[in-house]
Design a protein around this ligand. Structure first.
Ligand code: GRF
Length: 241
């Protein structure tokens, strides 16, 4: 079901936003379905990782996170994993001879944990064909712009500097070229005259946290050929817009 409406609150997401087709349902259509097994990859803060964990805990996203992979020992994502009781594995890219070697180890670790879907949630390394081939069409990434505009690093700054009046975020499949795969879901965020990179990024992140869980469910459902509500539900009277 498609739902496009303004967000009527006064918190950081008080500015209206638009979300591309999203899931609205009252219950899991098939509650007996096996939960999705998500392997999350994060390099930094891990707020998207936590949003996914929260959606699972809230009974919205029908999934489990058997492992978080992190490449940076100081990442806050590791602390969040500990708080959530989610196993984490540190794979420091600096200890691998090549990107391919790192990706081989990531793929092996994910497989050891029974992961089906790989979720790049702020993974700040370019991935190679080694990892993509290990999880064909089962890798998703989130990017802080309305792709195909502003791929690559500093996407929020790029959008501000370009003078566009609307930016947002995109959940997309991972292909070899950075931020290039098919789009699953987007949310639009208006750019305000007084915006700085920090204020715009904060509003974009609110939308990231909102669309990532249903986007995962949508991609998984499309692949399995089942109704998206198999993997995602919202409370009966709550409309995600
Ligand atoms: C997000 O803005 C995401 O779009 C980008 O990296 C950032 C990660 O943030 N790929 P967090 O670590 O999830 O807080």
């Amino acid at each position: 079901m498609t739902s496009h409406s303004a967000v009527p609150t006064s918190s950081p997401d008080s500015i209206p936003s638009l979300v591309s087709p999203i899931l609205v349902a009252s219950t899991f259509a098939t509650p007996a379905a096996t939960p999705l097994k998500l392997g999350v990859m994060a390099s930094g803060s891990g707020s998207n990782f936590e949003a996914i964990a929260q959606a699972i805990a809230d009974g919205q996203l029908h999934a489990k996170i058997p492992v978080l992979i992190c490449n940076n020992r100081n990442a806050k994502a590791l602390e969040r994993a500990e708080r959530w009781g989610i196993p984490s594995v540190l794979l420091d890219h600096r200890t691998f001879a090549s990107r391919e070697d790192l990706d081989r180890q990531i793929a092996e670790t994910l497989k050891q944990h029974g992961v089906e879907w790989v979720i790049m949630a702020g993974w700040m390394r370019r991935v190679t064909q080694v990892l993509i081939d290990a999880f064909p069409d089962q890798m998703l990434n989130i990017h802080p712009s309305l792709l195909p505009s502003f791929p690559g690093i500093r996407a929020v700054e790029q959008a501000l500097q370009s003078g566009v009046k609307i930016s947002g975020c995109t959940v997309h499949y991972v292909h070899l070229e950075v931020d290039s795969g098919p789009i699953v879901m987007q949310a639009a965020v208006p750019i305000l005259a007084e915006d700085t990179p920090a204020t715009l990024q904060a509003r974009i992140q609110v939308q990231e946290h909102r669309i990532f869980p249903p986007a995962i469910a949508l991609a998984a459902a499309q692949r399995a050929g089942v109704d998206p509500t198999t993997f995602f539900s919202t409370p009966a009277n709550h409309k995600v817009s």
